[in-house]
Design a protein around this ligand. Structure first.
Ligand code: SF4
Length: 182
């Protein structure tokens, strides 16, 4: 696809005048983080294939500053869980989450990751929010790449508007404590 249009990232809200522009640190950091997320794809089954399509040239996730996938939790800030998660995989998923540095965000991609999907059985986790906090849920079995991209845009909105102090708040610590995460 060729295009002679140049996309200019919108400046954060602030004060401007001749020769100057001022904003606050939270907004500047939010803008940078939003456009440079490093996702960790935790893909266990069919939804992972949709993610591969989302990465491919037709949908091109690189447009969102996300061409750099990380398979090390320590170098990722967006955990994308795609596929059926067995109960015995729950502690492993939580361990991956814990190894990610703050700030970190989570997307549950597809019905299985969000709620267990069609697998209402003894062995399948009925949603990854039983073991880790989730920021955005993407419905579908499987979701189309457009839906995954929509989920990523929602995450970008969260990242852009999140206060730098949120991770130190008592509410956030309380949320993690519910999952047994310090
Ligand atoms: S939601 Fe559907 S497509 Fe995705 S992993 Fe589950 S069964 Fe497969």
């Amino acid at each position: 696809m060729t295009s002679d249009k140049i996309t200019i990232v919108e400046a954060p809200q602030g004060e401007s005048g001749t020769g100057y522009f001022a904003t606050n640190l939270d907004k500047a950091i939010g803008l940078a983080r939003k456009n440079s997320l490093w996702p960790l794809p935790f893909a266990t089954s069919c939804c992972g294939i949709e993610f591969m399509a989302t990465m491919s040239p037709h949908y091109d996730l690189a447009r969102f500053g996300m061409e750099r996938l990380s398979f090390s939790p320590r170098q990722a800030d967006l955990l994308m869980v795609m596929g059926t998660i067995a109960k015995k995989m729950g502690p492993i998923l939580q361990e991956v989450y814990v190894q990610m540095a703050e700030p970190r965000w989570v997307i549950a991609v597809g019905a299985c990751a969000s709620s267990g999907g069609i697998f209402d059985t003894y062995s399948v986790l009925q949603g990854i929010d039983r073991v880790i906090p989730v920021d955005v849920y993407v419905p579908g079995c499987p979701p189309r790449p457009e839906q995954i991209i929509n989920g990523i845009i929602k995450i970008q909105e969260l990242v852009h508007n999140e206060s730098g102090r949120r991770r130190y708040s008592p509410e956030y610590k309380e949320l993690l404590a519910k999952y047994g995460i310090e």
